[in-house]
Design a binder for this molecule. Structure first.
Ligand code: SF4
Ligand code: SF4
Length: 236
């Protein structure tokens, strides 16, 4: 069986000198969304990736949508009517930084989806410095300028391949803070809060029982798990 463990660390996070976003798992992101008055801001990547449109359509059931770039087109085709759609992302951010406009719209969290990473990074930096609104990036790359961001990596553990030999535990360098990986009754367990995502355990596993995953597959998986958690909360 394949188990997934999300690593709440950014890729190369240790190289970043700024205040960083809290790296959230899908269930944590769902909790943040469900306890806020959120607005979803979508970007042009929705034109390239259909799974982003599917996800935005689902989220539009619980929060209003502001469509930037040309992302309004696939949303309108799916019956989602954005509250605003004619502005560029920078225009939207100017309005959001204007406290009066926000009072009118009554939201306290902006959720970003489908926006080019470098573009989003600049916008998040501006929001961090010039507004007090919280931001959550659900895109594929870790965004240090957000308040909360998805992680860019996860570990997939193949229990059927693991022999329980413990080699991965021996190479893990997190001993001083407590061990991030352990073998209990022949099965490995990861403590995501201690893991630094170095990848040594995967490298030294001769049976390829640990795989580091990033990119689109991981992103789809995380969005899917977030939605599941949203549905669970809605049913409660
Ligand atoms: S090194 Fe590989 S096979 Fe050995 S315990 Fe770790 S994951 Fe399992
Ligand atoms: S070896 Fe590295 S990636 Fe593996 S559990 Fe330890 S800290 Fe995490």
């Amino acid at each position: 069986m394949r188990r997934w463990v999300y690593i709440p660390r950014s890729y190369k996070q240790s190289e970043l000198q700024c205040d960083r976003a809290v790296c959230v798992t899908p269930s944590e992101a769902a909790k943040i969304i469900m306890s806020s008055r959120a607005v979803l801001v979508t970007g042009g990547l929705l034109l390239e990736k259909k799974y982003l449109v599917d996800f935005a359509v689902e989220l539009s059931n619980i929060m209003p949508v502001i469509a930037t770039g040309a992302s309004s087109k696939p949303l309108l085709e799916r019956g989602v009517k954005p509250v605003t759609k004619s502005y560029t992302l920078h225009h939207i951010i100017q309005f959001i930084e204007d406290g009066e406009w926000r009072k009118l719209r009554k939201f306290d969290l902006i959720v970003f989806l489908g926006i080019q990473p470098y573009y989003l990074s600049r916008v998040l930096s501006s929001l961090r410095h010039f507004s007090n609104i919280k931001t959550l990036s659900l895109d594929e790359y870790y965004q240090p300028n957000a308040d909360y961001s998805f992680s860019a990596m996860a570990m997939a553990i193949e229990d059927s391949l693991c022999s329980g030999c413990g080699d991965c535990v021996t190479v893990c360098k997190t001993m001083s803070k407590g061990l991030a990986i352990n073998v209990v009754r022949g099965k490995i367990y990861i403590k995501p809060c201690l893991c630094i995502g170095c990848g040594l355990c995967a490298e030294f596993c001769s049976r390829n029982a640990i795989i580091f995953e990033k990119g689109e597959l991981l992103h789809k998986l995380m969005l899917g798990e977030l939605l599941e958690n949203v549905y669970i909360t809605l049913k409660q």
